[in-house]
Design a protein around this ligand. Structure first.
Ligand code: ADP
Ligand code: MG
Length: 623
């Protein structure tokens, strides 16, 4: 037998570079070495399990797989041990002395591309070598599973360009990595610290992760399991109960309510991933918060990568929570890398489709969908502008209030609106306002009520913008009823009213009084209860839009409206015959500001308006 001498090797030059970068740049995220070593141990166990599948005769029933962590504070050592596949001498040299095909190699190539971008590094999974960030010395004892003749190997390195290999004694199969922790990193010898790191990154590793602990009561050591050791999403759908799904949701979302619905999918093929997506029951204010922590969690092969992987879900679906576990993405992924990744884009397209389909199905459950819409409709309304690909699908999911629908609830779809359109109705009419209760009473609606043509009542801030983005549904154009164009003129049938002489004179008089406050004056028959309204010109922005601009602090010119007068109204008939020009003027001004107040909900100078009214009241009633 050969004597066991330590043989010295040099690291590949690239590894030397890597070690240098890592030790000098990863100061902010040192703790990830635990994640990396556990991830390797977990891989090794998966590999062994896979071997067992192909060699059932070697399968030892009830063989307990584990990842075990032992801390020795005195000796400043921490060890991570697995009973996975292990390595032969040849494999050890190859895997720990040269750059393996996977993780580490990609890290290096991206480091080359983005020279010295230190900020990036902290986000990487950097593999086995990250153990040198906190260690003076790293020892790996490993024994190859299922190969009795292979001798156990001891690999040792101080991370300074060289490593050594010798034979050693090791009874059990698998690998034990022991780190001699640097003095200034002694925090990693605290078991609470290690536990926290494991909880944070590796809770869903399916193998139990155990830590060696002293039981004060029974005066003996035992292995305490730290992780949940169950990746629910990897289980077969029909093996998971509703209750389990619900509990899991609460766990990942920090929500104390159950979810509304969920979908769980396994996609295999070019891109392999599992997604478990939930819609919460209630809106959470964090949806608007950029740091919304509990969105979609990204795992790669059950290893936790990041918390709010926004990039996989379009913004207008940001209420979705859940898990994405992909096999195609490299562990060393960063948010920056995710941004231009083809696989990411494909997954995003698929997830979006899945979610929209889930919502489509939910529309069949009226009550449930109403609840969903009440909570998240306002977010979904961003969809038509954001996602042109799926615009049609999103539009089918939109719900509205309308005057014929007779409820403040938004539960009318475009489809139903179109089905109930009048025979010669060529457009979908909508009216934007501050709230439903005011909107439903607006004089703009009078003619539509009279003709029994339905109008969507839109009272969310985003509505006007959304409708402008949708433009048409199934070839039917959307039309705001507070903007005067030809379609509306046809509906309200007021083109030819002004022809008679007396009316023409009346209009002229009004125009003279309101001169630069208005665009034009029309006489109309369309109003029933209201003497006068103002309406926007088709070329101008609408009232709601101008209010949004003003609210956003933009300096815009005051809107000039078209002043529309109800020729059949008692007041108008009365005014028409007033000869005293002073009193006539007062009446017209009151009518105009009244109309403006109805349209905008506020007046620039309410005092003046009220003074004018009072003057008229006194004139007429108080002698
Ligand atoms: P990666 O995990 O991305 O391949 P690492 O640097 O983390 O890169 O590990 C390099 C290689 O070393 C692994 O691919 C694996 O073959 C081997 N290895 C590391 N740790 C273990 C272990 N605990 N058991 C068996 N093999 C391991
Ligand atoms: Mg690894």
């Amino acid at each position: 037998m050969k004597t066991n001498i330590k043989k010295k090797y040099k690291f590949q030059s690239e590894i030397k570079k890597l070690l240098h970068i890592m030790i000098h740049s990863l100061y902010s995220n040192k703790e990830i070495f635990i994640r990396e070593l556990i991830s390797n141990a977990s891989d090794a166990i998966d590999k062994l399990k896979f071997k067992y599948i192909s060699k059932p005769e070697k399968y030892i029933n009830n063989k307990k797989m584990y990842i075990r962590i032992k801390i020795n504070k005195k000796k400043k050592k921490i060890s991570i041990q697995d009973n996975g596949i292990g390595m032969t001498k040849k494999e050890t040299i190859k895997n720990l002395g040269t750059i393996a095909k996977s993780g580490t190699k990609k890290f290096i190539s991206s480091m080359k591309k983005k020279k010295k971008n230190n900020k990036l590094i902290g986000k990487f999974g950097v593999g086995f070598y990250s153990s040198f960030i906190v260690s003076k010395l790293v020892q790996v004892k490993t024994k190859k599973s299922l190969k009795k003749k292979k001798k156990p190997i001891l690999w040792e390195s101080k991370g300074k360009g060289k490593y050594s290999i010798s034979y050693t004694k090791k009874k059990k199969y698998g690998t034990k990595v022991t780190l001699k922790i640097k003095k200034k990193e002694k925090i990693f010898l605290e078991s609470w610290k290690i536990k926290n790191i494991i909880k944070k990154y590796s809770d869903h590793i399916s193998t139990p992760i155990e830590i060696y602990k002293y039981d004060e009561k029974n005066k003996k050591y035992f292995w305490e399991k730290i992780n949940k050791a169950k990746s629910l999403w990897t289980l077969n759908k029909n093996k998971i109960t509703k209750k389990q799904y619900k509990n899991f949701y609460k766990y990942i979302s920090n929500d104390n309510l159950n979810p509304m619905i969920w979908i769980h999918n396994k996609i295999e093929g070019n891109i392999t991933y599992i997604s478990l997506l939930y819609i919460p029951k209630k809106y959470n204010i964090n949806i608007w918060n950029k740091k919304n922590k509990n969105g979609l969690k990204l795992y790669i092969n059950r290893i936790y990568i990041m918390n709010n992987a926004k990039i996989f879900i379009p913004n207008y679906l940001r209420f979705i929570k859940g898990i994405l576990d992909s096999q195609n993405l490299p562990l060393n992924i960063s948010r920056e890398i995710l941004q231009n990744n083809n696989i990411v884009n494909k997954i995003k397209i698929n997830l979006t489709k899945k979610i929209l389909n889930m919502l489509k199905e939910l529309t069949n459950k009226k009550k449930k969908y109403e609840k969903f819409w009440k909570e998240f409709g306002i977010i979904l309304k961003e969809g038509p502008a954001e996602d042109l690909e799926n615009k049609k699908k999103i539009c089918n999911l939109l719900r509205f209030a309308s005057f014929k629908n007779k409820t403040e609830k938004q539960n009318l779809s475009f489809k139903k609106y179109i089905k109930n359109m009048q025979k010669n109705q060529k457009k979908i009419f909508f009216f934007t306002c501050d709230n439903y209760k005011i909107g439903i009473k607006s004089p703009h609606l009078e003619i539509f009520k009279k003709k029994n043509i339905d109008v969507l009542i839109l009272s969310d801030k985003i509505d006007e913008w959304m409708m402008n983005n949708i433009k048409e549904i199934k070839g039917i154009k959307l039309q705001s009823i507070s903007k005067l164009n030809n379609t509306l003129k046809n509906i309200i049938n007021e083109n030819n009213i002004t022809n008679n002489k007396k009316n023409k004179k009346f209009i002229k008089k009004i125009k003279k009084i309101l001169k630069n406050k208005i665009k034009n004056v029309y006489l109309s028959k369309r109003l029933t209860k209201t003497p006068a309204i103002v309406i926007s010109d088709d070329k101008d922005i609408s009232t709601q839009m101008s209010k949004l601009f003003i609210a956003a602090g933009q300096n815009i010119k005051p809107l000039k409206y078209i002043f529309e007068i109800n020729i059949k109204h008692k007041i108008i008939k009365y005014i028409k015959n007033i000869n005293n020009i002073k009193i006539f003027k007062k009446w017209i001004k009151i009518l105009f500001y009244q109309a403006l107040l109805m349209e905008r909900g506020t007046l620039e100078n309410p005092n003046k308006y009220i003074k004018n009214i009072n003057k008229l009241l006194i004139l007429n009633y108080i002698k």
